[in-house]
Design a protein. Structure first.
Length: 95
């Protein structure tokens, strides 16, 4: 799963490849800036659903990103929390 700093897959990016209970020590590629509470779009090209959580340790509001899906703007969603822009703090991958 690739996550992006801005809408429309713009800005800095990072790859999430497994469960991560706290994004505080995850950084945008080639930077020292944390992705925690800074994700605005994603591309989930993997075969697993990824569940993003608003808080560390897989708690808080949850956004379900289906396998082989993407979302260019986490602000407006009908099937998940209506605004998940700059909210994600952990991720769990589910079969």
């Amino acid at each position: 799963m690739f996550v992006y700093e801005h809408d429309d897959y713009e800005g800095r990016s990072a790859q999430l490849s497994g469960d991560d209970r706290n994004f505080i020590d995850n950084y945008w590629t080639r930077t020292g800036a944390s992705i925690n509470d800074n994700i605005s779009s994603f591309k989930n090209q993997g075969d697993q659903r990824a569940v993003l959580y608003s808080d560390a340790n897989y708690t808080g509001a949850a956004y379900s990103a289906l396998a082989h899906s993407n979302d260019s703007d986490l602000t407006h969603n009908s099937h998940n929390p209506s605004n998940f822009d700059n909210v994600a703090s952990s991720v769990r991958f589910v079969i």
